[in-house]
Design a protein around this ligand. Structure first.
Ligand code: HEC
Ligand code: HEC
Length: 352
């Protein structure tokens, strides 16, 4: 075939489109959009009353011993569901060992926490309520507190109909789980691109997506949450410096006690990652560019150039979706029977 100028022009015109179609196809094979509706939860049927109760509990700081710290205190829904801190500060100003991951879209993670030690959101919620460095409360005292607040009784009855004594620690966890499952961020530019709107991503973001797919970031950060689906060593190729991966936190090893799991962590979801710094389980990296560079060297053994880092960071920014608009609940007043705030710091006990 003879290449005529007309044919050449036609080829040049179609080449970028073909490249884009290819990019879209490759992206669709690896990444899935955030659904508009929450998934059904095993053993926790959805109802408006239960979600509503979960929303109230999420904001109610009387669930903490000090009555100062609500779930929202560390998972601020106005700030991407995180807390801006390197590692969280909880009861009695104590600093916990890890950075708070966002609660947004957490329902799509394979398991909860950086080391996956909680199977689902209901199991997870029982952790911070009791952890001495977080809310430092006991299941008994939480139930006693909620029973002492007259306005909660009808809300629990509506959320758990047909149960004789609906205010239980388990019910608290299940209501929180159901509310958290509604905290989704659909409609990110990347999701609109996946739906076929090619203009949803600009050229830099598309270049970043291409790098993300070609260099292999996607082998650990894929699916609906662009991560959150599996466990990998932090330092597959090159161990990050101790300042970023503190030697004392061996991650999943602390759960499984298998030497293969030393410094293994769940690959976090990269959804809304531009909003949820600082980064890594240690929270030691403030800049997203820096986090991208570290991932290149630690996980893939590649030194990403400055332009690639800019492109990938732009792509990650396009993973920011529509933030859920949550109405701040007005909470029922306590009574004379409500236990007073406890500010003392009890002796440390291991996280449940
Ligand atoms: C003092 C701060 C603090 C409070 C209060 C707190 N959390 Fe967390 N949350 C954290 C930290 C830190 C982690 C990560 C801990 C780890 O991985 O070991 C976490 C993890 C989570 C996760 C797991 C997310 C994921 O991707 O793995 C969920 C869900 C969550 N918290 C929900 C809640 C709920 C619900 C409450 C209220 C009952 C709550 N948190 C209270 C700091 C807090
Ligand atoms: C082999 C699996 C693997 C590969 C490949 C990989 N990552 Fe990660 N990524 C992880 C794990 C595990 C973590 C959590 C590390 C930690 O904090 O312990 C992580 C954390 C991150 C974070 C921090 C997120 C947060 O909320 O703190 C970003 C950003 C990130 N990865 C982006 C990338 C990019 C960009 C690439 C490609 C250059 C990449 N990752 C390649 C497994 C991987």
């Amino acid at each position: 075939m003879r290449t005529t100028p007309a044919l050449l022009a036609a080829l040049l015109l179609t080449a970028p489109a073909a490249g884009q179609a290819d990019l879209l196809a490759r992206a669709r094979a690896a990444l899935k959009p955030i659904p508009a509706r929450p998934p059904a939860l095993a053993g926790n049927p959805a109802s408006a009353a239960r979600v509503e109760l979960g929303r109230m509990l999420f904001f109610d700081r009387r669930l903490s011993a000090s009555q100062l710290i609500s779930c929202n205190g560390c998972h601020d829904l106005g700030l991407g569901g995180a807390d801006l801190q390197e590692t969280s500060v909880g009861h009695g100003w104590q600093r916990g060992p890890r950075n708070a991951p966002t609660v947004l879209n957490a329902v799509f993670n394979v398991a909860q926490f950086w080391d996956g030690r909680a199977a689902d959101l209901a199991a997870q919620a029982k952790g911070p309520l009791q952890a001495s460095v977080e809310m430092s409360n006991s299941p008994e005292r939480i139930v006693e507190t909620l029973r002492s607040i007259p306005g909660y009784a009808p809300l629990f009855r509506a959320a758990f109909p047909g149960v004789a004594d609906p205010i239980t620690f388990d019910a608290v966890a299940r209501a929180l789980e159901l509310f958290e499952a509604t905290l989704l961020t659909p409609g990110a530019p990347v999701d609109r691109f996946l739906a076929g709107d090619r203009a949803a991503l600009g050229p830099t973001e598309r270049a970043g997506l291409s790098v993300f797919l070609d260099k292999g970031c996607v082998s650990c950060h894929d699916g609906v949450n662009v991560g959150g689906g599996g466990y990998f060593p932090f330092g597959v190729v090159e161990a990050p410096p101790d300042a970023i991966r503190p030697p004392g936190d061996t991650g999943r090893f602390q759960v499984t006690h298998s030497t293969d799991d030393r410094y293994v962590f769940r690959a976090p979801s990269l959804r809304n990652v531009a909003l949820t710094g600082p980064y890594f389980h240690s929270g030691r990296v403030r800049s997203l560019e820096e986090a991208v560079r570290i991932m290149g060297s630690s996980q893939l053994g590649v030194a990403l150039g400055p332009e690639e880092v800019t492109q990938v960071t732009a792509f990650l920014g396009a993973l920011t979706g529509r933030q859920p608009r949550i109405e701040y609940p007005i909470l029922p007043a306590g009574s004379g029977a409500t236990p007073p705030p406890q500010l003392e710091v009890p002796p440390a006990r291991p996280a449940p």
